[in-house]
Design a protein around this ligand. Sequence first.
Ligand code: MN
Length: 341
Amino acid sequence: MAETIRDFSRNVLLKIKSISEGQIQIFPHARVDGDCLGTAVALALSLKKMGKDAKVMTEWAIPPRLQFMNVPEEILTIVNAENTPENLKIQAVAFAVDCSEGSRMGPAEELYEKAETKIVLDHHISSSVSGDLAYVDGTSASCAELLYLVLKAWEEDLGVTLMDQQVADCLMVGIQSDSGKFSYENTKPSTLRIAADLMERGANLTDNAYHLFDETSEGKVRLHGLALSNMKLYADGRIAITKITRKMMEETGAPEGAADGIVNILRDIDTVMASFVVRENDNGVLRANCRTKVGFDAAEFAQKMGGGGHHRASGFGENDMDIDSFMEKIVKEATAFLNQA
Ligand SMILES: [Mn+2]
């Protein structure tokens, strides 16, 4: 991209200064995560400080796992088909953050697509959302880091502090989320320098990390305990598999989504190349999740099994087999797959 973030920041600031009335509408992607919500809220709060009307346009209210962020309700607009014309009428600028594609905006996509002026800030290398002003940096660990650079430039130009404790904390949530608490390969020295400045501005590293990564519930811990104690290893410990039945969900009182993460725990066993968690859904359909290490292509294996995914994470389903037979089939096919590689 030819434009530097400095130029982008200046051009966006000029555009925003030129707005005398109307709302700056900020679009995160649907099923918000810490990075897009943190970025969107930090931007809205900063724009409000600059005297602008700014709202975060979302599909749903804040999901339970991000409620610790205490997002002020008055900066949110829940978008649906009915209120789209009304929102469009008061819209001055549409600002998409962390959205790799328009379809990820859910019901808000129409409102974005019809905007007169569109601005895009993103860190997805394949970003396909169109904007009149756009900055995409696929090397940035999070979108929050890019917004930090924009806000820093605005602070210098305007001579005011935009990143107070609340804004700094929102950006920190974004960085911690997408960098895996500063542990993924995308974490760079600049990530840590930005985090250091945000910490000096009052961002709470420890509380965020707990809520984002460690907080759990009794039902979830009991479900993990059951699933892990039933785990079986095959092929000299290279394949690990366990199941989650509806009965286990009921017995433990585990909430929806509580099974997430078990498949990663199995993969992390030192001898394991591929791990599987087979889940019985409410409608009786079986679903297998797969995680692998280098040397076992999860995408290729899932394709063989009628599913799909990425090299290290994939999934596939089964409609007419009981859960134990399906698990036997997976072990047999995965062992053959390992031996042929
Ligand atoms: Mn992101």
